[in-house]
Each structure stands twice: as structure tokens, then as C-alpha cells.
Design a protein around this ligand. Structure first.
Ligand code: NAI
Length: 384
């Protein structure tokens, strides 16, 4: 099957590489010729490095590179069985592009979007034959991150879902099917990692370095929340938070933080701008955490309880299964353990108590324990 990818930026280039490495002829299209050339150069470099490292032979990489066809014309999608859209995150533009794609491809071609924040149903509304629309959400960098969220819209046919599941697993990726709800799995369940860390900072409990230390030391997370937000970019991370918050009709669980907003307003985006919560200027010594065991454990327990509550909610609201949510967080954002597995190990009752304490202390809806967590404690059940 020929695969089309529209948008040759960060995600599109990565997705095209994945498809080509898995034996497809790939048509990578962008409206900007410069972007197309940059994507091509990027691919050449990546494969040169793989040859140097001895991961692939020169012949293998040549075959893959020859399978990627770069252009600025969507007419190249004519014979594709699947086209994945990875253009700018704007519904109006996506509508135009999906309508245009439908006029080019045949009626069996699946039209997928890599959107992070728009609903697949809204994107599919631009199509005459909307049972072929689906979300295929990769994580950055697509060639390295194993998770792909597969998101059927209300319009999507079972046949489209089945074909995509099969394809994603043939690409040696972990496909997790989830409901077309804001943030899908990962961008919803991960919110407290950032939001609760920011809240703890705003309450004056600890500084950035100490909160980061607490999460890496006690939780085994590869990066603490502030290091990670600086890595992702405070502009990008704040935009996701705001979009999830408004998409959830302003549920206080997802309330954005003034601290992050001010950092974004000041241009303190993180690594890419040279300064975020930390300074990345040469020679600057990074602040040291206050390695207070009791304080660190309290911070870690609070953030983890909030993460678990969100993971439970995704199951309660049938966004995905307990296995789905745990796989998604481990394979999409490298969590050291599945959140529900973690909850089982800690004891659901203990997690519930922690949330009840926070709820009683603050009286804010943000800390309300999920009904499924209460029910499972009542029935003395575990997730696994
Ligand atoms: P990007 O800005 O790197 O690339 C977007 C590309 O689309 C640009 O090269 C632009 O020239 C092209 N484009 C815009 N309108 C077009 C049109 N009408 N026809 C053809 N090409 C067009 O953006 P990025 O980061 O690759 O994101 C693309 C999509 O993937 C967005 O929907 C985003 O939400 C989603 N996404 C992004 C992730 C990330 O970490 N950057 C992760 C997962 C999803």
C-alpha cells in the first residue's frame, strides 16, 4: 500500500520515515518547497548516522530513501491507501485540506489526522465519506516513540479502525485505541505532572529544582516536570493545557497556571529560547534541590495521586482500558511504570485517602477523587 503524508514538518517527516522503514512507498507533501527539502536532508542525515552506527547497511538505507517521494503536489496521493495529515494545528485549514484530499484519492483511502488537540469528528465533518476518517496520533520523535493513539471518530467505520490497528502494529508500534475526547489519553492523563508541580511551586512549598528532584528521585521519572516543560517548550505545553482546559468546559482539574503563563509571556520557553524555569546559558550553574526526604516524598505522593486520579478517570469515562492507559503513559511519555499498576502497588485505599485529604484541605473540585476509585476501594478490587 502506498502511504501519503501531508505536512513535512517535525511530525510529518518522522511519520514518513516510519512508513518507509516499514516497506511502503511514501509520498511526502508540503506546500512549502523549503520544508520539503529540509525534510529530505533530514532523512539523508538520519540514515547516514544509522549506517555509521552499523544499525543498517548502505543498501538498506538507499532502498528506504528511494521509497520516499518528496513534492509540493497533493496529486501525488492519487493511488495512496492511507494519507496521514500532519499540517498546522488549525481546524479551518485542516477542513480545506481534507476536502481537497477527498477529491484526489479513491473511495477506499483512509484519511487520518495526527492532530494533538482537535476532535477527529470535527475534522471528519469536511468529508463526504466520513467513515474513513480516523486519528493516528504519533509522539515526537515519531521514529523513536513506540506509542500511536488510534482515535476513531463517531463517523468512523469498524473496517477503518481494524485496518489502522493492523497497520500500526505492522509498523512495530504500540497502537492504543481511545475515544475522541480532548487530549486523547496521554495529553489528558499527563496534565497533573505539570499542573500539580506548578501548583506546589505557587503555594511556596518548594522551588523548581526540589520538585524536579522529588519526581526523579522518588518516582524514577527520567525528567522532573520543570525540566520536561523546558524541554517541550512552555509555549507548546501551555497551549496544550489551555486547550484541554477549555475543551473540558473549564473543569478546574485542568486549570492552567499563572506561573507558566508568565514564563511564556516573557519568552522563557525553555531550552529553545535559552531560558525557561532554568537558564541554559553557557557556564550557568543549575540551582541545587533541597534534598529533604520528607518534603520530597510529600511532593511526589501528591503529584502521583493526582496523576493516578486522572488515569482512573480515563478508564471511568471509557476513554480506554486500564491496560490502554498504562501502555500509553509508558510508551508515549516514558513513565517508569503504568499509573494504574502503580496505584495497585501503593494500594488504592491509600491513594483515595491522599486525594480525600487534599480535597478536604483545599475544598477545590480539582482534588475530587474519581468515583471509580471510590467504588474499587469499596469493593476491595485492584486494576490488575
Ligand atoms: P510543523 O509546524 O513542524 O509542520 C507543519 C507543516 O505543515 C509545515 O511544514 C507547513 O508548511 C505544512 N503545512 C501547513 N499547511 C499546509 C497545507 N495546507 N498543505 C500542506 N502542508 C501544509 O508542525 P508539527 O509539529 O509537525 O505538527 C503537525 C501536526 O502534528 C499538528 O496537528 C500537531 O498538533 C500534531 N502533533 C505535533 C506533535 C509535536 O510534538 N510537534 C506531536 C503530535 C502531534
Amino acid at each position: 500500500m502506498k502511504v501519503g503524508v501531508i505536512g513535512a514538518g517535525t511530525m510529518g517527516a518522522g511519520i514518513a520515515q516510519v512508513a518507509a522503514q516499514n516497506g511502503h512507498q511514501v509520498f511526502l507533501v508540503d506546500l512549502n518547497q523549503e520544508v520539503v527539502e529540509k525534510a529530505k536532508m533530514g532523512h539523508v542525515k538520519v540514515f547516514e548516522r544509522l549506517v555509521e552506527k552499523g544499525t543498517m547497511t548502505k543498501e538498506q538505507t538507499a532502498t528506504i530513501l528511494n521509497a520516499i517521494h518528496y513534492s509540493t503536489s497533493t496529486n501525488d496521493f492519487r493511488d495512496c491507501g492511507l494519507v496521514i495529515e500532519a499540517i498546522v494545528e488549525n481546524l479551518e485549514v485542516k477542513h480545506k485540506v481534507f476536502a481537497e484530499l477527498e477529491s484526489i484519492v479513491d473511495e477506499n483511502c483512509i484519511l487520518a489526522s495526527n492532530t494533538s488537540s482537535l476532535s477527529i469528528a470535527s475534522i471528519g465533518s469536511a468529508l463526504k465519506k466520513a467513515d474513513r476518517v480516523i486519528g493516528i496520533h504519533f509522539f515526537n520523535p515519531a521514529p523513536l516513540m513506540p506509542l500511536v493513539e488510534i482515535i476513531p471518530a463517531v463517523q468512523t467505520s469498524d473496517q477503518t479502525i481494524d485496518k489502522c490497528k493492523e497497520l500500526i502494529s505492522s509498523w512495530k508500534k504500540t497502537g492504543v485505541v481511545c475515544k475522541d475526547t480532548p487530549g486523547f489519553i496521554v495529553n489528558r492523563v499527563a496534565r497533573p505532572f505539570y499542573g500539580e508541580a506548578l501548583r506546589i511551586y505557587e503555594e511556596g512549598i518548594a522551588d523548581f529544582a526540589t520538585i524536579d528532584w522529588a519526581m526523579t528521585h522518588f518516582g524514577g521519572f527520567k525528567m522532573g516536570p520543570f525540566t520536561l516543560m523546558d524541554f517541550i517548550g512552555n509555549d507548546v505545553n501551555y497551549a496544550v493545557t489551555e486547550s484541554v482546559f477549555s475543551a473540558f468546559y473549564f473543569d478546574p482539574r485542568f486549570k492552567p497556571s499563572f506561573t507558566q503563563k508568565r514564563h511564556r509571556e516573557a519568552g522563557f520557553f525553555g531550552r529553545k529560547s535559552g531560558r525557561g524555569y532554568y537558564s541554559y546559558a553557557e557556564g550557568v550553574e543549575q540551582p541545587k534541590p533541597k534534598e529533604d526526604h520528607e518534603l520530597g516524598k510529600m511532593i511526589f505522593d501528591r503529584i502521583l495521586a493526582m496523576l493516578i486520579n486522572e488515569a482512573v478517570d480515563a478508564v471511568f469515562m471509557q476513554v480506554t482500558s486500564p491496560e490502554g492507559v498504562d501502555l500509553a503513559m509508558m510508551k508515549g511519555v516514558n513513565y517508569p511504570k503504568g499509573l494504574l499498576q502503580w496505584a495497585d502497588e501503593i494500594g488504592l485505599e491509600k491513594v483515595l485517602l491522599q486525594l480525600e485529604d487534599l480535597f478536604a484541605e483545599f475544598g477545590e473540585d480539582r482534588y475530587r477523587p474519581n468515583p471509580l476509585l471510590r467504588k474499587m476501594v469499596r469493593e476491595n478490587r485492584n486494576f490488575f
